[in-house]
Design a protein around this ligand. Structure first.
Ligand SMILES: [Zn+2]
Length: 254
């Protein structure tokens, strides 16, 4: 069994601590900063063995070098962007399997937010670490990729089982929900989810992870090929890539 803990960082980042007790492997996914990770390791009495990076942004790799200096941990990151991952030891890419103790993750190339973005899917644990590609009710901004690229990347993640838990890297859910509801005010399941999110945030609770099946039903960025969303965008019959591009552009202006 893999244990996964949330380490809140900066204003809205989530660093994920992954503990595989059978082997003693302890990884953090996308350490924005070293200090909150060190604090959690100390509290839990754990020794860091690995860092898994999804992409090069500073709020995902900012803790790499300090953590590596302290723990001599192995840093795993995207082959396609290795030059921008501080301290990288192991480069992985689409279709690779990375073994972490007695668990293993399938790696997907998911360009769009950045050109070298990857995601890690631990099928045994049903856990997807997708960085800034897929968010709860949202997706990452397209800094280095095209809408068509991002739609294709999200399609790889959408193909995973419904029960997969989506461990994204930011608490953006409430603003994402407001945007999604603005597109489809009559979408009942989305409306119900938005109310649950508001209630959770009002209680100070995190909304991540979320179930992939729920994302498939309610996240507009996974539904660009749903005729109902195309109709809501006034784009009946348009190609999914075009609907996706319009939704992403609308979110950028929202
Ligand atoms: Zn990013």
């Amino acid at each position: 069994m893999m244990e996964i803990e949330r380490i809140p960082c900066r204003t809205d980042n989530y660093v994920w601590l992954v503990h595989e007790p059978a082997s003693g492997a302890v990884a953090v996914v996308d350490p924005a900063d070293a200090e909150p990770v060190e604090a959690r390791l100390a509290t839990r009495g754990l020794r860091l063995t690995h860092i898994l990076n999804t992409h090069h942004h500073g709020d995902h790799v900012g803790g790499n070098l300090a953590l590596k200096a302290r723990w001599k941990c192995t840093i795993v990151g995207p082959r396609a962007d290795a030059a921008r991952i501080p301290g990288i030891d192991v480069e992985v890419g689409d279709g690779d399997t990375y073994v972490l103790g007695k668990a293993s993750a399938k790696v997907f190339d998911v360009p769009g937010h950045t050109r070298g973005h990857i995601a890690y899917w631990f099928s045994g644990a049903g856990a997807l670490f997708c960085g800034d590609t897929l968010f709860a009710l949202g997706c990452g901004r397209l800094f280095e990729g095209t809408p068509a690229q991002m739609w294709h990347s999200l399609g790889k993640l959408r193909a995973l089982p419904d029960e997969t838990q989506v461990y994204c890297a930011h608490e953006y859910t409430q603003s994402n929900a407001r945007f999604a509801v603005s597109l489809e005010p009559g979408h009942a399941a989305l409306g119900a989810r938005a109310r649950e999110i508001d209630a959770a945030r009002a209680r100070g609770e995190a909304t991540v992870p979320s179930a992939l099946g729920l994302e498939k039903r309610t996240n507009p960025f996974l539904r660009a090929d749903d005729p109902a969303l195309a109709a809501a965008m006034g784009m009946e019959g348009a190609a999914p890539e075009a609907v996706f591009a319009a939704v992403r552009a609308a979110k950028d202006r929202f």
